[in-house]
Each structure stands twice: as structure tokens, then as C-alpha cells.
Ligand binder design. Sequence first.
Ligand code: GYE
Length: 325
Amino acid sequence: MKSSRHLLTAALALTATGFTVVAVAQGLPKLAQKKTYKVGFAQTESNNPWRIAQTKSMQDEAKKLGYQLVYTDAGGSAAKQVSDVDSMIAQRVDAIFLAPREEKPLAAAVKKARAAGIPVILLDRNVDQKLAKAGTDYVTFIGSDFILEGQRVGQWLAKNMKGEARIVQLLGTTGSSPANDRRAGFEQAIKGKANMKILASQTGDFARDKGRQVMETLLQAHPDVNVVYAHNDEMAIGAIAALEAAGKKPGKDVMVLSIDGGREAVQLVVDGKINYVVECNPKFGPKAFETLKNYAAGKKIAAKIINPDREYNAQNAKQLVGSAY
Ligand code: GYE
């Protein structure tokens, strides 16, 4: 109801002579079929191998196709990312690939682009589904199923834990869809299990050094921790440093579980310091641009395009490490 009223107000403008209909983008803006495009890619930050691999994949594919890529890096600030999208709108890019740092603030940016007639494709992170919708505000979301990723970690733990699990959860960036969903999926998977207890959940902002610092503090409050579930590899690697500094053996005294599957983390599985990793593949380039072309061709685009993700454990890590990003 609310949205139709919004459209109506937007479509009528009061002039001296009465109401006139003005051109307002309704629903998704169209994308013309062209030989080449000028496309924006609004990245959230570049402080980890996952982001660097994602950016490279986007740049490589744009280059291969001969498209111009307008690249911005929000440096870990949602406010900066909102203004990056504003500047892409001002530059009249044909379409915007957006990796929204946080669910709520970037929903507004998506709507702004749509109102300006520029289609948005969300990459890797989602926006708040109550504030913006696929097929109306943005074309589609391409990425992993974060709830499933968290569930897989929880299920693996339930299956492999002998005795009581006393868990520390290192959360990703507050307000980001992977942090929200990886938490929800994990907590759902271990819910009601008598031997599973979360001692503490605290954000390490998906960053290695913050993960280390948070783990150091939590180790003092909870010296009996025997499982660390980190929402990404970087925080897991930080936690490993904190555990080792405290004289504990990661992978043995304390199980370490993570998500992403970068080369360094998979090598740590080989080394026995990480027990289990669910992959979250950052190589979006080919799929992102193919979706853009399909959209321009008028093909029906699914509301979500989910990447299939592998997993790494003591049995397969050695064989797969070479193919990890
Ligand atoms: O797990 C993390 C990155 O949004 C899926 O963000 C992505 C996450 C990824 O910083 O390493």
C-alpha cells in the first residue's frame, strides 16, 4: 500500500495549472543492449584477500569484455559507499554492481539509483529485504547462501564434537547480511543441543587484527573455550594468533571453524590449525557480467542467483588447496 502511494505522489507534480504527469522510473529501469557499457562497481573495503580477489575478478571480466569499469572503494564506511553510489549516478553509468557493506544504509542507495533510472545488481552482500526488493528496486542478488553457510558449520560441529562445546563466535561486520545470516544459520543448527553452549559472540568486523584483539579479550573472560567459530577466515587467522600467544593449540585444544576458504586458511586446514571451512567464493566477475547482459537482452532474471560453495576439511584440504582463491 505504502509503495503504491509513494509512486503516485512521485508521478504527479503540482504546477500552476494543475497536476501534470512527470516521468518517474517505476519498477526496474531498463538497460539497452549495447556493444560496450560503462558500469560502476562499488566495493565495500579492500582490507582482505577475499575483497581483493573479488575486485580482481570484476576488473578482469570488464577488461575481457571491453567495458569501462568505474571502481570505488568505500574503505569500510557505509556512508562513503552511499556517496560512491551517488557519484556513479551523477556520472550516468549504465548500471551499478554494488557489494553493500551494511543491509540498511545501502538499501536507500539502491532506491536512489533505481529512481535515477540506473539498474543495480547486488553482489555478495544483500540489503534489508524489508527496505528494498529484487525485481522492483534492484535486479537480483548474486552471492552465497549465508544462512546455509552458518548451518553447515553448526552441523559439522554437532557431528564432530566429542563432549561439550564451549563456543566463542567472532561475528562479521555489524549490520552486514553475511554477519546476520551466518549467525542465524549457525545458532539455528546447534539450537536445543545440550552439549553446545555459546560463551560469547562479539564482532571482529571481518578483519584479522580485530579478530585477534577480540579473541585475546574473550580468552581472558572464558579461558575454558574449546571452539572458535569465525564468520570469516581473516578473523579465524587472527584468533589463531591469539590462541597461540596464550599457549593453546588451535585445531587441537580449541577447534577453529571458519567461512571463505582463501588459500591461507585452506593451508591452515592442511596444517591442522583450522578444522573446517565452508567456502564462499569471491570470483563474481563472469557471473556478474553475464547477468548484466541477460538483463539487457530482456531475459527473466531470478531474484537470487546463489553460488555453490565447497567445504574444506582434514580429508580434502591437501588436494584442494591449490584451487582455493
Ligand atoms: O566472507 C568476508 C568479506 O560479504 C561474503 O565479506 C562477503 C564477506 C566475506 O569481507 O571475508
